[in-house]
Write a protein that binds this ligand. Sequence first.
Ligand SMILES: [Fe+2]
Ligand SMILES: [Fe+2]
Length: 175
Amino acid sequence: MELKLFRCRICGDPYLGSEPPSYCPFCGAPQKYMQPAEEYVDRNDIPNLSARSRANLEKALDLEVKNAAFYMCASNCAPDPLSKAMFKALWRTEAEHASLICKILKMPKPEIKPDDKACLKDPKANFAAAHQREERAVAFYGQSAQEASEDRVKEVFTALTEVETYHIALSEAQK
Ligand SMILES: [Fe+2]
Ligand SMILES: [Fe+2]
């Protein structure tokens, strides 16, 4: 099978495969955002970013960093390999979201360290806490997408809303 190069419109990361993946392996965006690499255009340089979008992106960055730190701790603490792997996948996704927001804000990538205070030892309790975190994120990103006057900011917040909604379904299944 022939390998083709795809790129995610949301995070920009490249993917090699015979078909576009059903979800971006980096940021979790669904397949509709995957495109042939030659069609990809970097749209993260937004001149005159509105004050509202900047404030919402800064708040989103804080949220993503905190959620990534939470999932990292939950993965480290998990007593079984399955929960460990699940929380690791979630931590990587949230860290990718934080990196994406930093590109738009023209900031260096934040260092993510496990938040040993936020997470618990029990994976079930962590999934319940994750559920609340993702619900807060979905509500805030949905509102931020509506408030965005820039197409790219709207697109990013819409995609993040979709990804975090899938995470809610995931944590729902683990409770
Ligand atoms: Fe992506
Ligand atoms: Fe996220």
